[in-house]
Unconditional design. Sequence first.
Length: 275
Amino acid sequence: MTLEMNIADQPANAVASLPDAQEVTEVQHYTDRLFRFRVTRPRSLRFRSGEFVMIGLLGDNGRPLLRAYSIASPSWDEELEFYSIKVPDGPLTSKLQHIKPGDQIILRPKPVGTLVHDALLPGKRIWFFATGTGIAPFASLLREPETYEKYEKVILAHTCRDVAELKYGEELVAKTLDDPLVGEEAQEKLLYYPTTTRETSDRMGRVTDNLRSGKIFKDLGLSPINAEYDRAMVCGSMGLNLDMKDILEGYGLREGANSEPAEYVIEKAFVGDGI
Ligand code: FAD
Ligand code: A2P
């Protein structure tokens, strides 16, 4: 039996009978490492833009195989969007990458997370720093009206290995600028700073290096980060998160949490060293 038959036949039917089943409505593949998909939204699910939930399929043993996923759609959207890695031997994503519209996935409707507006003190500029699939929570926050109500400038910095991996972010920014709800404000306030590290492009380099050298401020025409009015959210690999923590704390920003808001918040885009 091929892997595709596994997904199309066995888990889809088996998952459909579970209380937490949701139907896949759309799938788009970007590269052999990345894809996005949309699913129906449980009626009872309320979440704050930036939070994550557990989603998955049935494993070979018939038990739910769940992983944390940031919701990439805003809290007002009728459906839920996710942006996913494909790990070749990954227990979940080696199967999840084969889902098609009409298939069912498991979604536990218990959203949590630290990348939320409530975890930050008021400020003037909000910086979203992401690498790879770490852009997912910011895809939600970028289309959230509260983001533009709270800040005068919204800066999305996204670093990927190559140009093809930036496409999801490019489409997201184009959709945001054209959005009936936030488009007008985004046109005034949103700045987008995509960079690549392994393929030549218009903008290159790790965001951490561009911060340390000051290049990012020069390129965007902005003053350097200042703890008085700058707020930041970070989502990437463990390496990025640790480096960003160091950089932001060097500017005097303190790490916040839901229970104790401060100037920046951080969340792992995945557990592990990368692939
Ligand atoms: P796993 O056994 O989970 O992972 C195998 C290895 O693959 C890991 O050790 C790591 O080295 C690598 N890896 C896993 N996920 C990624 C990734 N996203 N990018 C690069 N390398 C990775 N993943 C998403 O694709 N989209 C999300 O929105 C997302 N949100 C997350 C939010 C949180 C809070 C956490 C903790 C993780 C999130 N993840 C996300 C990672 C996700 O939970 C799974 O690890 C991923 O789906 C791979 O599952 P797997 O079972 O195939 O492999
Ligand atoms: P690099 O190519 O120099 O490793 P990945 O796809 O492996 O998750 O990486 C996504 C992007 O994050 C890559 O461009 C990678 O750059 C970058 N990156 C990885 N680690 C760090 C880090 N510690 N600081 C800044 N950027 C990082």
